[in-house]
Design a protein around this ligand. Structure first.
Ligand code: MG
Ligand code: ZN
Length: 244
């Protein structure tokens, strides 16, 4: 095998880096009635996911949920200490770049990464843009503006973002190409970027969730796949990648 001089680790956020789903958790903590509405809306398939989250945040704001309450919920959201160690220790070996690619939003991710001391570890975070407006409302928008040109993904990415296209755009921004790409994911929307990985790349697929199901049903991956359940297993695998 050729030497690995440049390695990239790509992290999905919810249920991959974090041990929960930010979009659902903040409402489970602060507004279970809205969490129930989200469940029903998702089942009905009547709204694009990012638009649904934006509306849920407006509704929560209207019923008095504050910025402080949302940030507090994010800070206590389950996040395994072994995942924090895994990232810090691999980063310290020097030749690995970290990239976060998520369908959550920029505010949720930055609050949690700061809380965990990981905010300096990531070269880029590509996700849905978000900001607090002066009234304390968290405004979330799709990464791909619904008014502009849309992505052309046929693998099933939601309208807000094609994660496969975003992964390839990252490669183009950071040439030359990495010797090895390690992708940590769990969800069905991680299947599209996983299809773009090469034979020398590695997919760390969480053993529960939509990604595992799609791999079993649709196949077609070129990369090696390792399955994991707990963050301690990712930490172990990262130790074997540390001499990159
Ligand atoms: Mg996920
Ligand atoms: Zn896609």
């Amino acid at each position: 095998m050729p030497p690995i001089n440049r390695q990239l680790v790509v992290y999905d956020f919810d249920w991959s880096m974090a041990d929960q789903d930010t979009d659902r958790w903040v409402f489970e903590v602060n507004a279970p009635n809205i969490r129930r509405w989200m469940e029903e809306t998702e089942t009905a398939g009547s709204m694009q996911f990012t638009d649904m989250i934006a509306k849920a945040l407006r509704d929560a704001h209207a019923q008095g949920v504050t910025r402080q309450q949302l940030e507090d919920a994010l800070r206590v959201m389950p996040f395994h200490p072994a995942m924090v160690r895994a990232i810090i220790n691999l980063k310290a070996t020097g030749s690995t770049t970290f990239f976060c690619l998520s369908n959550a939003n920029s505010v949720y991710i930055s609050v949690i990464l700061k809380e965990k001391g990981l905010d300096m570890m990531f070269t880029e975070i590509v996700t849905n843009p978000a900001h607090w407006d002066p009234s304390g409302l968290l405004v979330v928008r799709r990464r791909v503006d619904p008014e502009g040109p849309q992505h052309s993904c046929k693998i099933g990415c939601s309208a807000n973002m094609c994660k496969g296209d975003e992964l390839e755009a990252f490669f183009t921004r950071h040439l030359p190409m990495y010797d090895r790409v390690v992708y940590v994911g769990d969800g069905s929307n991680d299947f599209c970027p996983a299809l773009r990985l090469r034979t020398q790349d590695l997919l760390l697929c969480r053993s529960f969730g939509g990604l595992h199901k799609r791999i079993a049903k649709e196949g077609g991956l070129q990369c090696e796949v390792k399955y994991w359940t707990g963050a301690w297993e990712v930490e172990e695998i990262f130790q074997t990648l540390a001499n990159a």
